[in-house]
Design a protein around this ligand. Structure first.
Ligand code: SAM
Length: 231
């Protein structure tokens, strides 16, 4: 049996490439994402009652990586990038059916014009196709006693500092509100691949149309410069 699904919406996100996106939702609360519903699902009736829920499950397609297929074993970054676990014991994007599931805060529901949901703390790439939205039901789905396998708590966070150059550029470029907080939360997650430790290396993460250039030494990230790019 085959099944086919069509997107009910699309994500508009500050994350313009995979590098830098947190590995799970809620780790970067400053990330504000819009979910635009597509016709015929963009009718206010489809979201009637949804605003009474604080959180929603977003079912989506890992559209950026689906062409690379899947493997039975994957190497989760939380295990250092070498140890392998089964694909179904992981949250890898490379899955037989490349479907993602993220629990996010529902900041607002806008039904004036095209129906849009404002989501906080999402781990979603710009342009992500959304298959479904479901309200989070705390008494059923909250399980504080649950075992977390190899993911037994939030990852350690880096401290983040700004160079004088980056601070000057931040003031000159006037990026969207909350941009500096977004940069700090993204870098605090340590976006580097698990096996990399090269204090001399300069990385770039795209947030909105800004290339944020940074380096990491030990537990400290330093924002070096912010470059506006044409996208
Ligand atoms: N919370 C989801 C889940 O468990 O299904 C996603 C977990 S997955 C490890 C998170 C990563 O998915 C992010 O760090 C980002 O690199 C990647 N990602 C986000 N949106 C994507 C998309 N549309 N296509 C491919 N990869 C995506």
């Amino acid at each position: 049996m085959n099944y086919s699904f069509e997107p009910i919406g699309v994500i508009r996100s500050p994350y313009r490439e995979k590098f830098g996106i947190p590995r799970q939702p809620s780790l970067v609360s400053a990330a504000r994402v819009t979910l635009e519903l597509l016709p015929p699902y963009d009718h206010p009736d489809c979201v009637r009652g949804l605003a009474d829920f604080s959180h929603v499950w977003i079912h989506f397609v890992f559209h950026e990586t689906l062409a690379r297929g899947w493997q039975p074993l994957v190497r989760p970054p939380r295990l250092g990038g070498n140890a392998k676990v089964g694909v179904f014991a992981s949250r890898s994007t490379h899955r037989p059916n490349p479907i993602g599931l993220s629990l996010v805060e529902l900041a607002s529901v806008n039904t004036a014009g095209r129906v849009m949901l404002e989501l906080a703390g999402a781990d979603l790439l710009d342009g992500t196709p959304v298959l479904d939205i479901k309200p989070y039901i705390p008494f059923v789905e909250s399980r504080p006693e649950a075992r977390g396998g190899f993911v037994d708590g939030p990852p350690p966070r880096l401290s983040v500092a700004w160079s004088d150059n980056a601070l000057r550029q931040l003031a000159e470029l006037a990026p969207p509100p909350g941009f500096a907080e977004l940069v700090e939360q993204v870098l605090a997650q340590d976006p580097r691949p698990a096996y990399q430790n090269d204090p001399g290396r300069v990385y770039g993460v795209m947030l909105y149309c800004y290339n944020v250039r940074f380096a990491i030494d030990g537990e400290h990230a330093l924002v070096l410069e912010i470059l506006r790019e044409n996208q």
